[in-house]
Ligand binder design. Sequence first.
Ligand SMILES: Nc1ncnc2c1ncn2[C@@H]1O[C@H](COP(=O)(O)OP(=O)(O)OP(=O)(O)O)[C@@H](O)[C@H]1O
Ligand SMILES: [Mg+2]
Length: 302
Amino acid sequence: MLAIQTRGLTRRFDGRHGVTDLALEVPAGSVYGFLGPNGAGKTTTIRLLLALLREEAGEIRLFGEPLSWTRRAPLSEVGSMVETPSLYPHLSGRDNLEVTRLLLDGETASIDEALALVGLTADAERRVREYSLGMRQRLGIALALMRRPRLLVLDEPTNGLDPAGIVELRALLLRLAGERGITIFLSSHLLSEVEQIASHVGVLHQGQLLFQGTQESLRRRHGDPLAIRCGDARAVCDSLAHLGEQPQLLDEGTVSVPAPRRADHEINRCLIERGHAIHAFGRRPHSLETLFFELTGQEART
Ligand SMILES: Nc1ncnc2c1ncn2[C@@H]1O[C@H](COP(=O)(O)OP(=O)(O)OP(=O)(O)O)[C@@H](O)[C@H]1O
Ligand SMILES: [Mg+2]
């Protein structure tokens, strides 16, 4: 069962790419990290998914139900937060939720439930103007939860949060996915962030999907680089190049071979035979960041 499925989804702006021929497949129950650098088309995609923007071509299905600019019924099962949540600063957290409850004609209990889920019960009576940014983000998510959605769509929810706020939000999202079975689709350019919560990843670049699948399949496809810690990294690099490998000097004591041609044990033996002092030898798991830059063909900005 797919929570989100798009086919050929396209929306351009004056001939420039917004998103082109997008085929998203977001399994129900997944936490899907939608990754891309600034201007990749993440917000455009999310606005299309929420029928806030008119599609130019293609189709969207949410839980199998067709959605379009003119057919919005499937959105009743979707909670969303695009950019910063719109809140009334002079009202308390609880009263902000009450406004939404009245609009949705929801039950009173849904407010306490949403407050508890995002950990704002103790601060519910304080005015939102006194809230920290992290608290506002969580209240924004509480607003999105008022519909008791099956799918939560969040555009860069960690934007502007400090590390503690990010940790808190990550825990909240994992709880919503784990305990409530809510499918979570979130965009981010913080690759390290997505790596820690997403079961599935889509990588968007210049409006096109470069990769989509589980995190593991992404890693499998690209393999983990061989990392060698040694006494003289420059000399080891020379030896590896001599063997026909393509080593990278990471620092004075570390060499990486992203895609070794020979078997690891063979490389190890050759280096030892040449008299190199090898301190550590093994595969180092890719960070999503290096994978991302491999996919987009851009250099990592370190
Ligand atoms: N309303 C619009 N009118 C014209 N061009 C637009 C409009 N909205 C988006 N674009 C263009 O579409 C492209 C994708 O923008 P989008 O906002 O979707 O990127 P993004 O991935 O969300 O970037 P960011 O990480 O900066 O939020 C950009 O080139 C942008 O300039
Ligand atoms: Mg954006």
